[in-house]
Design a protein around this ligand. Structure first.
Ligand code: KIV
Ligand code: ZN
Length: 385
């Protein structure tokens, strides 16, 4: 609603591509490692969901990574299959040998990366990047280039290196907020700056160290970013990456962008990835968490039963979720009546009051009242238990 007041100040693209990196950055989640077969199964579901690019892994890092990328490619999916590679011949050849049709090459550009990690000059880094992009393009493969730690790199140098790879024929430049230090306003400013400088599509890759990965991704889109890197359930290094389900639902419902994502598959994919990786979602995780469409407070339940939109910004069906009415300390009479009706249990006023009081008493003891508890209470009051 209020977004309409500010939309004309934004530089929104017509649509946004989703570059999924669950199988690469997502696999860098501490404690997570996927087998070739698990990667294949997730890739199939990501493709069904409709993502544009699947970053299948980092081929040079193991033979399993090469095999996974190759096998995923053989499946003939609609999405491009991408391999990550440093601008090193060995890395690039490993990705090429894995047969991917898209290579994401990256190198650190910030003073910290130049001085302490790479021990390379600005000129060396720039020339390696240009060579890598030319090498990828000479093999007829789509090239995306990331200046790792972009958001702590001097702006002049960042522009210089992105201009150089653009001249070398790169297809997309990606702006990684590698340690999640941006806030939406600064991210928006940076993407506007780069947009005014470059002609190639711009992508962003936001980490969640300060819990701002989704907000920073959206601020980038407001500035004209054409693509967002994201992972299912926000998996990724440290605090993770921008959560795909949150980014996608915000882009579709808040900005009204037309995207080719079958959003009703989001909950299923989130649960699938959670089972495979062993990373459980907190119940209050936006969009896909167990409580995302659960209502307990009497006032809320009353509202939702009368008209769901009162306390739901989107329908649960849109993301493959289900609405849940939860009974507990904050429950009101409407919720209990609705549940009893669902079970075909008919009570007079006196009986109903007894059930209501028992539910409240259990809630006051800090207990959650399950549907089975409610039935048992009602049956005992009816003298059936
Ligand atoms: O966070 C990051 O900078 C990355 C790069 C490989 C792009 O994941
Ligand atoms: Zn990353």
């Amino acid at each position: 609603m209020y977004i309409e007041k500010v939309k004309n100040e934004m530089n929104l693209p017509e649509t946004v591509k989703i570059f999924d990196t669950t199988l690469r950055d997502g696999e860098q989640t501490p404690g997570v490692a996927m087998t070739v077969d698990e990667k294949i199964r997730i890739a199939k579901k990501l493709d069904e969901l409709g993502v544009n690019v699947i970053e299948a892994g980092f081929p040079v890092s193991s033979s399993g990574e090469v095999e996974a990328a190759g096998e995923i490619l053989k499946m003939g999916l609609n999405a491009h299959i991408c391999g990550l590679a440093r601008p090193l011949k060995g890395d690039l050849d490993a990705a090429i040998d894995a047969d991917v049709d898209y290579i994401h090459t990256f190198i650190g550009t910030s003073p910290l990366h130049r001085e302490f990690k790479l021990k390379m000059s600005k000129e060396e880094i720039l020339s390696k990047s240009v060579d890598a992009v030319e090498y990828i393009k000479d093999h007829g493969i789509i090239a995306e280039f990331s200046a790792e730690d972009s958001t702590r790199t001097e702006l002049d140098y960042l522009k210089e290196i992105y201009n150089a790879v653009e001249d070398a024929g790169v297809d997309c430049i990606n702006v990684p907020d590698t340690v999640g230090v941006m806030v939406p306003t600064s991210m928006n400013w940076l993407i506007r700056e780069l947009k005014s400088e470059l002609k190639v599509p711009i992508s962003v890759h936001c980490h969640n160290d300060f819990g701002l990965a989704v907000a920073n991704s959206l601020a980038s889109v407001e500035a004209g970013a054409d693509q967002v890197h994201a992972t299912i359930n926000g998996l990724g290094e440290r605090a993770g990456n921008a959560s795909l389900e949150e980014v996608v639902m915000a882009l579709i419902t808040q900005y009204d962008l037309k995207m080719n994502i079958k959003t009703e598959g989001l909950v299923n994919l989130s649960e699938f990835v959670s089972r495979i990786t062993g990373v459980k979602m907190p119940p209050n995780k936006a969009i896909v968490g167990e409580n995302a469409f659960a209502h307990e407070a009497g006032i809320h339940v009353h509202g939702v039963l009368a008209k769901a939109e009162t306390y739901e910004p989107i329908t649960p069906e849109m993301v493959g979720h289900t609405r849940r009415i939860v009974l507990g300390k904050h429950t009101g009479a409407n919720a209990i009546k609705a549940k009893l009706k669902e079970y075909g249990i008919d009570l007079d006023k006196n009986q109903f009051d007894k059930v209501f009081n028992q539910v409240k008493a259990l809630g006051d003891k800090g207990k959650c009242v399950t549907d089975a508890d409610l039935r048992a209470i009602a049956e005992s009051i009816l003298g059936r238990a």
